[in-house]
Design a protein around this ligand. Sequence first.
Ligand code: ZN
Ligand code: ZN
Length: 339
Amino acid sequence: MIRRLPVYLLLDCSESMAGDPLNSVEIGFHKMLSALKRNPYALETVHISIISFAAKAKVLAPLTELSKVNPPPLTLRPGTSLGAALDLLRESIQNDVIKTTSTVKGDYRPLAFILTDGYPTDDWESALNRLTAVKPAPAHIYAIGCGSEVNFETLSQIADVCLQVDAVTGESLANLFVWLTASIQSASVSPEAPLSLLKNIPLEKNLTLIDKERPPKYTDQKNYLFLHVTCRKTRQHFMSRYRYSPQSQFYVAEAAIPLPDDFFQEGSMKAPAVDAGLLAGLLECPYCHDQGWGKCGFCGHLFCLPSDHFLPEITCPFCQTTLKMRPDDEPFSVDGSVG
Ligand SMILES: [Zn+2]
Ligand SMILES: [Zn+2]
């Protein structure tokens, strides 16, 4: 019997991955699969499972031998349920992995790669306790934090190895998948000691190894703010991304990115409200091209509005309540999202 090397990929599919980052992950994963499928060592041992996490954690692909893995589509959802992902990882390993006994040589210790660009929005600590209670350690865990807002103090507690990808851009994520491919390839050659091989794998551009004993201090200052907005006319959703400018101390409008129609199916995440007066610049609704926006006094949801004329009455595209609008409304606070 061939001993398998199970590889679990845990992918953050929260809104901060919307647009280019999620596409880059899909492309990177495709390339990684085709490279691994050309590698005889990997083909012999590697089995891959994919778990996504956002509002919930889901097994997108159960543990499958490399030659038969097809990349599943990734869908965006609000939130970063890292705790749920860790629980699902623990359960999957329990169910999937063949243990070594006196008569059977079981599977190699799995590798788990957690790719995240936010910080957990659920109770990850108790999930971590449940995971570390399993002895011997159920997996070699690599945490890969993407961008500048990653909580490495958290990830250092979860992972054997922490890596930072400098920015959530197409190029950085492409480089990350080159590194992941090399890591899985070398682990498939020596699956007994994958961590000791790490030092031989060159770090691609945009990647930094984090010192687990001294992770970078995590600050609460958010560089990005994400607002969920629904188009008043088409009822489709988008995310307005704002970037904090330390000079002006405003959140400056950066991009409006379409979200899938079923984005709110599993609920939404609430973050501390932000004074709308701190938001600078207008973003155009990607569906109807209106540049203004308003907030439903009933359900709290945001929607697009024309910026050049006043509408005395509108229907909230989210809760369908008819709203009387006042032209002289005071600045209000909006609920952003942190996922
Ligand atoms: Zn619109
Ligand atoms: Zn409403």
